[in-house]
Write a protein that binds this ligand. Structure first.
Ligand SMILES: Cc1cc2nc3c(=O)[nH]c(=O)nc-3n(C[C@H](O)[C@H](O)[C@H](O)COP(=O)(O)OP(=O)(O)OC[C@H]3O[C@@H](n4cnc5c(N)ncnc54)[C@H](O)[C@@H]3O)c2cc1C
Length: 562
């Protein structure tokens, strides 16, 4: 008989997740955890069982755009895959968006919601995309104070009834740019009947099957740039289900996120409502981005967790050179590094969820607001880069099988690769981090350092102390680098922004790991979180080494001399 390899399998994704369970035990009041645990257990069961099997079976299905019917009518209908149709129903029923708005867990409602999303995401092929935008739209409308839109849309976006549930799109990117949205070309014209109508092309619109969207357009006559844009609300279809002056030109042929129907649209007089005023659209859509960036970080942590869970399971089954891979010191060491990255990303993403929950329930003070503003882009960009690295290594950890599509593994890498691109690329968010520091950067950094010192200074274990030192010294270096770069011409600071932001991200992740490690050791007698902190501390925290702008220019120069 020839040999057949046993494939990797998954158990209940909640019960099996030490990091999630230990974290929830630390942050949630015990009676709250007992109350919500059955729903997490159920989501974990679905995610490691029925949904995972459905995901593997759905592998070759993709959304289908039909532009014309048999009788010559333009219909632009998108058919979703069976996995996504199931995901939509399950997301509503399990309150993957609703939990954050029901607020039954007060300031911890976001943490609970993010835990559900974290379990749900890896088995639903980026259904997190429409959910993130739905959540972001509900949050944006609620912050807008536009009572009629709040009453019209928010109940649909936050319901648990699948038949009532709406998802939302977020249409910002145009051909002129996704980063520089100030260049938006879509025009808004107010017609004689007082209705605003939008004319233009939207270049990337995911979840085009949504019932509504928030978008940017420039009211005719408004100034150029971001200030001249306004935020608009659109309902996609009329009562008979026809698209309201929207043409779906085509679905994008993408590297990953293949289940997401990302379309190019033309708006040909699409009726729209102003959300809050005729200007400042970029500022007014910011609440949406805060939520979608949180989802991005939670998804990054979730995909890493899935990838590492599969790699660990496989390493216990696959035999090479007379032993299982897990018994091979080098393979074990490789996987340990990935586990540490995944744990670091988990704590960073959930820290932002905690802060977001505090902010939404009015419990956040001025200092914490500064930290939340700073850490949202830092967390998004840091975890997204980690996800790509981890997914790539996990594919390698399966050898050739990791490169073969019907193992269901390559999609992990293809889907992770979108995380650093959408919702702001790494560079664009790094520049946002500089903006988040504001004019009083040293105060903001001081607030962050005080928090971090509180978390790490309690570390008594000698080996954790060294991790704590690495973290504090990275933050101190980041601060002094920034102060120095500010004195030079603008290009030095801009050129180093990414390494600066990643240093903040990795240092704060390490601090959170140390904080959790101490708690876990003292309350659970578990050494594993400490091992993650120690391992992560040696994986490159301070990235601000002495690279200079001149070197950068030289490196990408076409000739060998300046
Ligand atoms: C699968 C998928 C789905 C998407 N869905 C949506 C959607 O639903 N709605 C939506 O609005 N958008 C969507 N997008 C678009 C996405 O948000 C943009 O592609 C992204 O924001 C980058 O914009 P861009 O493509 O115009 O790239 P550019 O802005 O042209 O960026 C190109 C490169 O230049 C860098 N760069 C840009 N400016 C600077 C700077 N000042 N300094 C240094 N570097 C800089 C960037 O980091 C990047 O590496 C989607 C994209 C993908 C891939």
């Amino acid at each position: 008989m020839s040999f057949n390899q046993t494939p990797p399998t998954l158990g209940n994704q909640y019960t099996d997740d030490r990091v999630l369970r230990s974290y929830l035990k630390r942050v949630l009041p015990p009676e709250m955890l007992s109350e919500i645990e059955p729903s997490l257990m159920e989501m974990g069961r679905l995610s490691g069982g029925e949904l995972y099997r459905m995901q593997l079976a759905d592998r070759l299905n993709e959304p289908l755009l039909t532009q014309w019917d048999a009788w010559g009518n333009r219909i632009d209908r998108i058919e979703l895959t069976p996995l996504w149709r199931a995901a939509e129903r399950l997301a509503a029923e399990h309150g993957v968006v609703a939990t954050a708005y029901e607020r039954k867990q007060g300031q911890f409602s976001r943490v609970y919601q993010c835990a559900l999303a974290y379990l749900f995401t890896p088995s639903t092929d980026i259904y997190s995309c429409p959910l993130a935008m739905t959540d972001g739209a509900a949050h944006t409308l609620l912050s807008s104070g536009n009572q009629s839109l709040i009453e019209r849309a928010v109940p649909h976006l936050t319901t648990r009834q699948p038949e009532e549930f709406w998802t939302s799109g977020q249409w910002m990117t145009e051909l002129t740019g996704g980063s520089d949205v100030g260049l938006t070309e879509t025009i808004a014209r107010k017609s004689a009947d007082g209705v605003w109508r939008l004319y233009g092309r939207k270049w990337f619109t995911s979840a085009t099957t949504s019932q509504m969207a928030l978008t940017l357009a420039r009211p005719e006559g408004n100034e150029a740039g971001g200030r001249g844009l306004a935020l608009f609300y659109i309902e996609m279809r009329d009562e008979s289900g026809r698209l309201r002056n929207i043409q779906i030109n085509r679905l994008k042929d993408k590297l990953g996120t293949r289940k997401v129907p990302t379309a190019e649209l033309t708006l040909e007089g699409t009726p729209a409502e102003l959300v809050c005023g005729e200007t400042d659209g970029v500022r007014n859509i910011a609440p949406m981005l805060n939520i979608t960036r949180l989802w991005n970080g939670i998804s990054a942590a979730a995909l890493m967790r899935r990838a590492v869970a599969l790699a660990l399971d496989y390493a216990r089954k696959r035999i090479a050179f007379g032993a299982t891979l897990i018994e091979k010191p080098l393979h074990l060491d490789t996987l340990a590094g990935l586990q540490a990255e995944a744990e670091a990303a988990f704590h960073l993403a959930f820290y932002v969820a905690e802060m977001r929950g505090l902010s939404e329930t009015g419990g956040i003070d001025e200092d914490e607001s500064l930290v939340l503003r700073l850490m949202t882009p830092v967390m998004k960009l840091t975890t997204a880069r980690q996800a790509v690295h981890v997914a790539s290594e996990v594919l390698e950890s399966f050898g050739g099988a990791g490169y073969v599509e019907d193992t269901g593994l390559p999609v992990l890498l293809r889907d992770s690769q979108v995380l650093p691109i959408w919702e702001g690329t790494t560079n664009v968010l790094s520049l946002d981090v500089l903006r988040a520091l504001g004019s009083d950067a040293s105060r903001t950094l001081q607030v962050l350092k005080t928090k971090v010192s509180d978390w790490v200074e309690t570390a008594r274990d000698d080996r954790l102390k060294s991790a704590a030192r690495i973290c504090l010294s990275a933050l101190t270096h980041a601060e002094s680098w920034l102060m120095l770069a500010r004195q030079e011409d603008g290009s030095a600071m801009e050129a180093g922004a990414r390494r600066f932001a990643l240093t903040l991200g990795r240092a704060v992740s390490l601090a959170l790991l140390v904080k959790h490690a101490r708690w876990s050791f003292e309350n659970e007698g578990d050494e594993r979180a400490a091992a993650a902190a120690r391992r992560f501390s040696s994986a490159g925290i301070d990235l601000l080494n002495a690279q200079e702008m001149d070197d950068a220019r030289l490196l990408v120069n076409e000739s060998s001399t300046r």
